[in-house]
Design a protein around this ligand. Structure first.
Ligand code: ADP
Ligand code: X2W
Length: 261
């Protein structure tokens, strides 16, 4: 089924992989959205699984500004955890929910171009949109791509890309509506209350105050970038919240709306 609507780019954080019920609910949500004729691209993280795998191999987790420093010796573990285990666990949950899916990475079908982001971070990639042909082909079949954030640069080097940034690039590539689903109900204020809408200036101030921090800082920056690029809000919400997932099927706004201005 080919939809005339904007594809929905749904990014899920790695904590989802540790919650069987959360995965089942999310995949049922995706199945229901696809049934309405809306194309869905799922992009996933798996940071917590990478942490576990590094620890099991006696390696340290080091992050700079929310991004994992990825030295050469950690690349095989990171790739295995993200493009391997995480991707296939999600694929299995999708199949169980009746979703026909294609498990892939940023390296497939020439969809993005990638390069090393910053030497200080090691094998961490910065990606930009390249060619949507492969993704559009999958979507045109009514299938759901499940995309891990592993990329390959022109030199053939495997690169670790933050999954929020991966989702950003895919949303730009297909002109898609972006929803970032995490383990929190959205961006929270200093008192732990949900912020329903957030503009660039407000985000900068909350970041300066240290209220928006770590993974959420990367997420909000990614959301602001896409909101500005597409001229429409990006949603930050929770995969844990079944009411939010039900609203998502109805096409309603959920969580925090990160605004274009
Ligand atoms: N202001 C904030 N609102 C919500 N979460 C925040 C905030 N600042 C920091 N965080 C942290 O960011 C985390 C979400 O980012 P991250 O761990 O990267 O999620 P994911 O793996 O789902 O992408 C939350 O679990 C929380 O610990
Ligand atoms: C460069 C970088 O930081 N890559 C991330 C990729 C996974 C990710 O982003 O996972 P979540 O969405 O679960 O946080 C990492 O290695 O953890």
């Amino acid at each position: 089924m080919i939809s005339s609507q904007q594809p929905l780019v749904l990014k899920v954080g790695g904590a989802l992989l540790q919650c069987e019920m959360g995965m089942a609910r999310l995949m049922t949500t995706a199945a229901n959205i696809i049934k309405t004729g809306q194309a869905v691209i799922m992009v996933h993280g798996g940071g917590c699984l990478v942490d576990e795998q590094l620890a099991a191999n006696g390696m340290q987790t080091v992050k700079l500004d929310g991004l994992r420093v990825t030295p050469a010796e950690q690349v095989p573990i990171v790739v295995g955890a993200l493009a391997g285990t995480s991707n296939k666990i999600l694929q299995a949950a999708a199949v169980k929910a009746g979703v026909t899916c294609v498990g892939m990475s940023l390296a497939d079908g020439g969809i993005v171009s990638a390069q090393i982001k910053d030497e200080q971070l090691g094998f961490v990639g910065e990606v930009s949109p390249k060619d949507a042909t492969y993704l559009n082909f999958i979507l045109a079949q009514g299938w759901m791509p499940i995309v891990s954030s592993i990329a390959v640069d022109d030199l053939g080097q495997l690169l670790n890309v933050n999954a929020d940034q991966a989702a950003t690039v895919l949303a730009k590539l297909v002109n898609g509506k972006l929803v970032l689903l995490s383990d929190v109900s959205g961006v929270l204020d200093g008192k732990g209350q949900l912020i329903t809408s957030l503009n660039k200036a407000e985000a900068a101030e909350l970041t300066r105050q240290g209220v928006i921090d770590k993974g959420m800082k990367v997420k909000v920056e990614a959301a602001l970038e896409v909101a500005q690029w597409l001229g429409q809000p990006v949603q930050v919400a929770s995969w844990r919240d079944s009411a939010q997932l039900a609203a998502l099927v109805q096409g309603e706004a959920i969580g925090t709306q990160v605004l274009p201005q």
